[in-house]
Design a protein around this ligand. Structure first.
Ligand code: ATR
Length: 269
């Protein structure tokens, strides 16, 4: 029940009306028995939103497009990896201070670590946008050898140079023997369900294949990976885990990932 003790959390972004974050957080809060509520705020004026967070004592905030980098100058402190990525998806309001974190990379890395020990593994990362950038830092943090491929080669090269990774043209990448392939592009997302970011015939049996696309949950890329005998991780896994990591930062308690995934699956049906 919402009462005078209820702690408020939320997400700021624009647009934000299709966000699944309220589903993740309100379901988890309820199961954890926390007197907390989570709302979506479509923000026009970031400075005013920050004043609101401070003034109203909102305890924790998720940050999404287009504010992940723009928010940084407004914060009092930045956790180390969020500083390296230069993107914040989580604010923790603690002792009057706004502290910025990034749980996107943790969501991806923890999902992968359920399937494979990452250290020194060769990973092919498809994409060089915001999501790819967070994942790249996570892979670097875990000591992977990463190859980046991106539609616009220049953008791929820029990300690779920042990270000390390789960015290869498609022809060279095709011959690589990698243990993990991650799609961090939007290819395969509804309504382009019939597209895949990577040729089926190049998917080797036994490798781990992860997709960040979750609409549809079972993308063409994952479907073909399963047909080729790969071990697959769907986009809801990273989404659920980045949210779970936020709750852990805010409350010090770990929510149940399987239940969060169940809530997300039902919301998408
Ligand atoms: P996000 O923050 O979700 O990562 P983004 O920053 O817009 O979104 O990045 C989208 C990524 O998907 C980019 O790597 C983009 O490639 P470009 O850098 O060449 O634009 C990739 N992408 C989107 N549509 C694509 C398509 N049809 N084919 C190949 N790559 C595509």
């Amino acid at each position: 029940m919402i009462n005078a003790q209820t702690q408020l959390y939320g997400i700021i972004g624009n647009p934000v009306r299709h966000s699944l974050s309220p589903i993740i957080h309100n379901g988890a809060f309820r199961r954890m028995g926390l007197n907390a509520a989570y709302l979506a705020f479509e923000v026009e004026n970031l400075a005013a939103a920050i004043s609101g967070i401070r003034g109203l004592g909102i305890r924790g905030v998720s940050v999404t497009i287009p504010f992940k980098t723009a928010i940084i100058p407004f914060l009092d402190q930045l956790e180390e990896v969020a500083g390296k990525i230069q993107a914040v998806n989580t604010i923790c309001h603690e002792g009057g201070k706004l502290i910025g974190h990034n749980t996107d990379w943790r969501g991806a890395v923890e999902a992968l670590e359920e399937k494979i020990e990452l250290r020194e593994k060769k990973v092919l990362l498809l994409g060089a946008g915001g999501a790819a950038r967070a994942i790249a830092f996570g892979l670097q943090e875990r000591g992977c050898q990463v190859f980046i491929a991106n539609r616009s080669l220049e953008k791929g090269r820029k990300l690779a140079a920042t990270m000390g990774f390789a960015c290869l043209p498609l022809a060279a990448i095709k011959g690589l023997d990698v243990q993990v392939i991650i799609n961090a592009t939007s290819v395969g997302m509804h309504p382009q369900d019939s597209e895949s970011p990577w040729p089926k015939e190049l998917l080797k049996e036994g490798i781990v294949v992860m997709d960040i696309v979750y609409q549809p949950v079972r993308t063409k890329f994952l479907h073909e990976a399963e047909e080729r005998g790969c071990r697959t991780i769907d986009g809801l896994e990273m989404l659920a885990r980045q949210g779970a990591a936020q709750i852990e930062i805010w409350t010090g308690k770990k929510p149940d990932i399987r239940s969060i995934k169940g809530d997300l699956q039902r919301a998408l049906e």
